[in-house]
Design a protein around this ligand. Structure first.
Ligand code: PEP
Length: 239
């Protein structure tokens, strides 16, 4: 299975930046997914012309209704999006999203026919206290959808996001092995088919090592996904 490289543009990108997405699409680099801001999704779908999978960074749990400013999973799908990220730590931090909210969003994404990238990860304090596995277990227990259809889990240590810090490769391997074990316990055989991503300060310089770690099926990339040059270098590093 080729590595999946997912770019999360967060709240970055104006119309002129579509040129970067066009360049990514033009490179024909394999499994590249990009989550631009909502405002660029439709243009990204058009310029990438099927060469990239475009997705959303979040969705509302409801299909429609009185939720001013929100976007449903069906709306993302309607724009041509193929996936949605749910439970990113920045949304948990900025919007107070709880595991139960993340679970509802994940199920909404599945119901709309999207692939769902569900993010989990511990803070620095939780890691230092030796609580990493307990935190991951609680997040999985609280946020996993009823079935594993179209589900991808991104392990993103909060302290590694946007900091230039990364866990050791052994720590990445341990976290992914633990997540795999919990998914198998929850979903049985289907739990073995769930792709796992690592996220947190992935760069062209460290991508090859991270992508060689057992159970790492790809990477979720923030800062280094904003230019085609950088994201394509990460894609090229995939073993
Ligand atoms: C992210 O936002 O999911 C992320 C991993 O960001 P960065 O690559 O910038 O650490």
């Amino acid at each position: 299975m080729p590595a999946l490289i997912v770019g999360n543009w967060k709240m970055n990108g104006l119309g002129e930046d579509i040129a970067e997405i066009a360049a990514m699409a033009g490179a024909g680099a394999g499994s590249l997914w990009i989550a631009p801001p909502f405002t660029l999704i439709d243009r990204a779908v058009i310029v990438s012309a099927g060469a990239l999978t475009i997705g959303g960074q979040d969705c509302h749990a409801a299909t429609h209704g009185a939720h001013t400013g929100c976007v449903s999973a069906a709306m993302l799908a309607d724009l041509g999006a193929g996936f949605v990220i749910v439970g990113h730590s920045e949304r948990r931090r900025d919007n107070g999203e709880r595991d139960e909210d993340v679970r509802a969003k994940a199920m909404a994404g599945q119901a709309a026919g999207l692939q769902v990238i569900l993010c989990i990860g511990e803070t620095r304090a939780q890691r230092d206290a030796g609580d990493t596995e307990a935190v991951l277990a609680a997040q999985l227990d609280g946020s996993l959808p009823d079935n594993a259809d179209a589900l991808i889990i991104a392990y993103e240590p909060v302290w590694a996001i946007g900091t230039g810090l990364t866990p050791t490769l052994a720590d990445v391997a341990a976290a992914h092995a633990f997540i795999r074990q919990r998914l198998a316990a929850r979903y049985g055989g289907a739990g073995h088919g769930v792709r796992l991503l690592y996220g947190g300060s992935v760069t062209p310089a460290n991508a090859a090592d991270l992508l060689r770690v057992e159970e790492v099926g790809g990477v979720l990339v923030g800062g280094a996904s904003l230019t085609a040059q950088s994201l394509l270098a990460i894609a090229a590093a995939a073993p």
